[in-house]
Design a protein around this ligand. Structure first.
Ligand code: NAD
Length: 475
């Protein structure tokens, strides 16, 4: 079985203990990685601190050139990275509506190049006879990145590339469920970057906790559950770490009565079953107007039943398994709870046979606020459809959530829908679309969905501190 070492200071590093990585399509271990420890975190932080002076002093253009080279290296290894992503995460190579490992690796390449080209120019606040006042952006030092299992490579790139672009050095800890594509990404990066600039330690919560408390780490960028985000915030207080927290979501979509049911149904289904429902900002609660409720539910169920579920390595597969056994149990419990409380399961509602963590895509009609499948972040192939009569009421119900990541309005009148969408309490709103992100527009959550944003200039700025420079002209 192949073993993937950690990389610290440009060198492969093993550990006394190892753990297995499971292919969720089979439930079987197919690779092993090192069980890192707090001592490895110390070692990696020391390496990143040692690399920081030269890396941060490197001219911008040179850092940009190296990051573009890294983007090219990812592209040159695209098939290999896609296979690793599929085998460890379960997502299909292609996937429903093109959401699969190809999108993940393609996105990682695109984000690398676009982020490499971003700039945070010096701002001149005052320039007169008296003084010149400039505002500069300076890197923070060592950034610690902690990632989840749903989009392992893409989220690693979202964290690492802006941190490096801004002149920081990095220690990344991937999810213990999906460490492999990240290890390969760091290995490719270390073929180009000076030693110590990008390090990786593998392990679970204990490694993440050691990073969150570490006095040598200046900032943590974390993507994962709200509960873990809270813990990290507490642990980070010791040295006032800067934080970007991208946390859970329970995004609502509101479908107005003027839509064309047949045309909108495939788009709604693709947005709810994005990565088998395991995307932070996918559609998780669907509020549908009473006048189109039954035909839209029927069309969603027809399409969901037709989706091809299977091993992601098979090219025809549209939806893969859930990523892990625990997540499968959560999804099953939420669907069972809805059924027991009177909701109508129009299709699916059951595990699929075999050793993998498969659950059939499930459309749940007569779902209601107060049911677990509506109130909790479900993270699975469940499509709860809730009936509404009055759009103001639907907006109020969509906002009656602690989460605030994304939300959407669906209508034949995009101007009116845009106005309504702005009343949703969330970091991003979409009209006739849900969940699409892009490397030049900020993305982040409000309320319990997070702190700070990623992407574009706004995201890059979060890897810097401001320094105001005032030079007096009169003596
Ligand atoms: P998780 O919180 O269980 O784990 C995420 C990472 O945190 C893992 O690497 C884990 O090892 C580490 N970790 C666990 N306990 C820790 C601790 N005490 N200290 C430090 N690190 C610790 O999340 P998950 O189950 O891997 O991912 C799913 C969650 O991620 C969902 O809630 C989803 O909405 C969220 N998510 C959010 C975004 C976003 O951009 N807002 C994107 C993707 C996923």
């Amino acid at each position: 079985m192949r073993f993937y070492p950690m990389i610290i200071n440009g060198q492969p590093v093993t550990a006394d203990a190892r753990f297995g990585v499971i292919n969720p399509a089979s439930g079987e271990v197919f690779a092993e990685v090192a069980q890192g420890s707090a001592a490895h975190v110390d070692q990696a932080v020391a390496a990143a601190q040692a690399a920081f002076p030269a890396w941060s002093a490197m001219p911008d253009g040179e850092r940009q050139r190296l990051l573009h080279e890294l983007g090219n290296a990812l592209e040159a290894h695209m098939p290999e990275l896609m296979e690793l992503v599929t085998r460890e995460s379960g997502k299909p190579l292609n996937g429903l509506n093109g959401v699969g490992a190809g999108m993940e690796v393609g996105g990682a390449i695109a984000w690398t190049h676009v982020t490499a080209d971003l700039d945070l120019p010096v701002e001149v606040i005052q320039d007169n006879d008296e003084a010149r006042v400039e505002v500069h952006r300076k890197p923070l030092g060592v950034v610690g990145s902690i990632t989840p299992w749903n989009w392992p490579l893409l989220i690693a790139v979202w964290h690492v590339i802006p941190a490096l672009r801004a002149g920081n050095t990095v220690l990344i800890k991937p999810s213990e469920y999906t460490p492999l594509a990240t290890l390969r990404f760091v290995e490719l990066a270390n073929g180009l970057l000076p030693p110590g600039v990008l390090n990786v330690v593998t392990g679970g919560a204990e490694v993440g906790a050691a990073m969150a408390t570490h006095p040598g780490i200046a900032k943590i960028v974390f993507t994962g559950s709200t509960e873990t985000g809270r813990r990290i915030m507490q642990s980070a207080a010791g040295n006032l770490k800067r934080l970007t927290l991208e946390l859970g979501g329970n995004d609502a979509g509101i479908v107005l009565p003027d839509v064309d049911v047949k045309a909108v149904a495939p788009q709604l289904l693709a947005a709810t079953l994005h990565n088998n429902g395991q995307t932070c900002a996918c559609l998780k609660r669907l509020y549908v107007h009473d006048s189109i409720y039954e035909p839209l539910c029927a069309e969603l169920a027809r399409l969901a039943e037709a989706a091809v579920v299977g091993d992601g390595l098979q090219p025809e597969t549209q939806l893969g398994p859930l990523q892990n056994r625990e997540q499968l149990a959560v999804v099953e419990a939420l669907a069972d709870d809805a059924r027991n409380r009177g909701a109508r399961v129009l299709c699916g509602g059951r595990r699929l046979p075999g050793g993998g963590y498969f659950y059939a895509p499930t459309v749940i009609a007569d779902a209601e606020d107060g049911m677990r499948v509506v109130d909790e972040e479900q993270f699975g192939p469940l499509v709860p459809v809730i009936r509404y009569g009055d759009v103001d009421d639907a907006i109020a119900r969509a906002n009656a959530s602690d989460n605030g990541l994304g939300g959407s309005l669906w209508s034949a009148d995009p101007v009116r829908a845009g106005e309504l969408a702005r009343r949703l309490e969330c970091g991003t709103v979409w009209v006739n679309e849900h969940g699409a992100v892009q490397p030049d527009a900020p993305f982040g959550g409000v309320k319990q969905s997070g702190i700070g944003v990623e992407f574009g200039r706004h995201g890059l700025a979060e890897y810097t501190s401001l320094q105001t420079v005032k030079v007096m002209k009169r003596r």
